[in-house]
Ligand binder design. Structure first.
Ligand code: NAD
Ligand code: 9ON
Ligand code: ZN
Ligand code: ZN
Length: 344
């Protein structure tokens, strides 16, 4: 089969021919129907060799949808032909966090060598992929795989962050969304669908700000040295009860620090690598700073239900597998509106 692999440190990903995988005991093979590109793929492809922990060659793609194609011995709970999405942050399945469906915070996964598809295990940028357990599959029940594959990360991750700040997002509150890319444009829609907050979208790029308005942002602000002042003005000096930073760079965390309200939350979702020191006289009294990771299994069901209700729609740019390297180049250059999705 064909697969898009990251094969050498610093080299661009390439389409190669590899063996079609066979499902082992308890595993499920999917014929991939859609695979989303995430900026985290560029994070890992930018790491130097001494920090790179994902294995080589790595078949990319941690946003996955497919049709159940073959069951390994003993795999039950899904049927051949089921159209499914893949829950990506695989855990051990046995600990307290996993028992709650919060496999994104499984303390055992790394020690057991369990890694998400596309982030250690072979991912979805291929004609077929292996899923380690049927519990990591969710039936799409009528949802289109290309339209909804990115809800497994670009939807689930902001949903998880927004839910954990939902007590701050009362009517009259302000939510700032920094970075209106794959995750950010879904975040705006989830905020509109699940809260009464006023949404201020911040980006460097005018077209991303236009997208923010299209998907429901009340205000847009250019990400420059005046951004914090502008947001303070928009909130009558109070600031934003919650700031969602989908970049995580020094410049964006500076904006977050300057606009977060007393007792507010900063959710650092972007993995730009910057930090926001928190303490008395550093951040406002009561402010919390959190760096959430992906989301839970039950939250994925909720995000898919939001899509079924029509409240959330991913803006998709579609590519064939042969064009996936070009899609990655465009993502790198900030030239994707919404999410790029590969259809093998
Ligand atoms: P993307 O490339 O689709 O979007 C990034 C957006 O940020 C773009 O619109 C870009 O114009 C904007 N941007 C860049 N620099 C900016 C700045 N200084 N100010 C304002 N806007 C700026 O990326 P994505 O796939 O949506 O991912 C967003 C971030 O979230 C990445 O860092 C990714 O690695 C990370 N991520 C984290 C998790 C998690 O669990 N925490 C999960 C998925 C992705
Ligand atoms: O899902 C993603 O995009 C993030 C959480 C991946 C981070 C990583 O490199 O493990
Ligand atoms: Zn991702
Ligand atoms: Zn676990």
């Amino acid at each position: 089969m064909k697969a898009l692999q990251y094969r050498a440190i610093g080299a661009p990903p390439e389409v190669v021919e590899v063996d079609t995988p066979e499902p082992g005991p308890g595993e499920v093979r999917l014929r991939v129907t859609a695979a989303g590109l995430c900026h985290s793929d560029w994070f890992l492809m930018g790491l130097p060799a001494d920090q790179y922990v994902y294995g080589l060659p790595l078949t990319l793609g941690h946003e996955a949808a497919g049709v159940v194609d073959k069951l390994g011995p003993g795999a039950t709970g899904v049927a051949l032909g089921d159209s499914v999405a893949v829950y990506g942050p695989w855990g051990c399945g046995r600990c307290r966090a996993c028992a709650q469906g919060r496999e994104d915070y499984c303390p055992n996964a790394a020690g057991l060598g369990i890694a998400p598809p596309g982030l250690g295990a072979p991912g979805a940028m291929a004609e077929y992929m292996i899923v380690d357990d049927p519990r990591h599959l969710v039936r799409l029940d009528g949802l289109d795989p290309v339209d909804c594959v990115s809800l497994t990360d670009a939807g689930l991750t902001p949903y998880h962050a927004i839910r954990s700040s939902s007590d701050k997002l009362w009517p009259g509150s302000t939510a700032v969304v920094i970075g209106v890319g794959g995750l950010g444009h879904v975040a705006v829609q989830i905020l509109r669908a699940t809260t009464a907050a006023t949404i201020v979208a911040v980006d460097l790029d005018d077209d991303k700000l236009a997208l923010a308005t299209e998907v429901g942002a009340h205000h847009t602000v250019r990400s420059d040295s005046h951004a914090a002042l502008r947001i303070r003005e928009l909130t009558d000096g109070i600031g934003a009860e919650v700031v969602f930073d989908f970049v995580g760079a020094e410049a964006t965390l500076q904006i977050a620090k300057e606009v977060v309200a007393l007792d507010g939350d900063v959710q650092i979702v972007g993995i730009g690598g910057a930090t926001l020191p928190t303490g008395f006289f550093s951040t406002p009294f009561g402010a919390s700073v959190r760096a959430p990771y992906w989301g839970s299994r039950s939250e994925l069901l909720e995000v898919l239900d939001l899509a079924r209700s029509g409240a959330v729609r991913v803006h998709v740019e579609r590519f064939g597998l042969a064009d996936a390297p070009e899609a990655y180049r465009r993502l790198h250059d900030g030239d994707i509106r919404g999410r790029a999705v590969v259809v093998p």
